[in-house]
Design a binder for this molecule. Structure first.
Ligand code: DER
Length: 219
């Protein structure tokens, strides 16, 4: 119910940005899915979408919404996506759905990032949620050792291969008191493709669902 209210609020937030030829960026996860379902009734108001996962692409197509390759879409006006954790600066941990690389790419290529989440995602300090890191398979052990040096407790996410053919290490007991620095430090480890810290580029708007309704927050 909270997620549904957030998804509908996100449609209202996005509508003024929609024109006939608009292509929007869409994230991945259960909240993003509710947004896709709610947006579908307005599909005549925009052209199509760039998806951050095969799963989201399939859901869009099932609604008859055209799905475009990012390379043909240029800069997108807006990207809508959920998060696993979000703080008051609208910095996030993402990657619970193993789609963090394409999510970070489509977000980077969009002018406005609207994060949609229920209150369970709101934290003061990022890091309670184990930080996902996408890694080239042959570098898994090396990267795990380097993450330990940074103070993390990396666990291999068994049985998961990302849309890009890589593996995920989830970093437990890793409180992120300086998300910006850590995002860069982890990016600098050879073999890391993406990490789930979205601090260098936080969301621009957070639509946060709670019992008292949907709050619209900015950094
Ligand atoms: O993987 C991600 O970053 C997704 O945004 C995801 O973690 C959010 O998932 P949810 O909307 O199903 O809680």
């Amino acid at each position: 119910a909270l997620k549904q209210a957030v998804a509908e609020a996100a449609v209202r937030e996005v509508q003024p940005l929609l024109e006939g030829d608009t292509i929007i960026g869409i994230g991945t996860g259960s909240t993003a899915n509710l947004f896709i379902d709610a947006l579908a009734q307005y599909k005549q108001d925009f052209d199509g979408a760039v998806a951050s996962s095969e799963a989201s692409a399939e859901r869009l197509k099932a609604h008859g919404i055209p799905v475009y390759d990012l390379n043909g879409a240029g800069t997108l006006p807006v990207y809508i996506d959920g998060a696993d954790e979000v703080n008051a600066h609208l910095q996030m941990i993402k990657g619970g759905g193993a789609a963090l690389t394409r999510e970070k790419i489509v977000a980077a290529s969009s002018r406005k990032f609207i994060c949609i989440a229920d209150q369970s995602k709101w934290v003061n300090l990022l890091g309670e949620f184990p930080l996902p890191v996408e890694v080239i398979p042959m570098a898994r052990s090396y990267v795990a050792r380097e993450l330990v040096k940074l103070g993390a407790d990396p666990m291999y996410r068994e049985g998961v291969t990302t849309d890009n053919g890589n593996i995920i290490l989830d970093c437990y007991n890793f409180m992120l008191d300086d998300p910006l620095t850590l995002e860069q430090r982890i990016n600098d480890i050879t073999g890391v493709v993406t990490n789930g810290i979205f601090a260098r580029r936080p969301a621009d708007v957070l639509l946060l669902g709670s019992e008292s309704g949907v709050q619209r927050l900015t950094p």
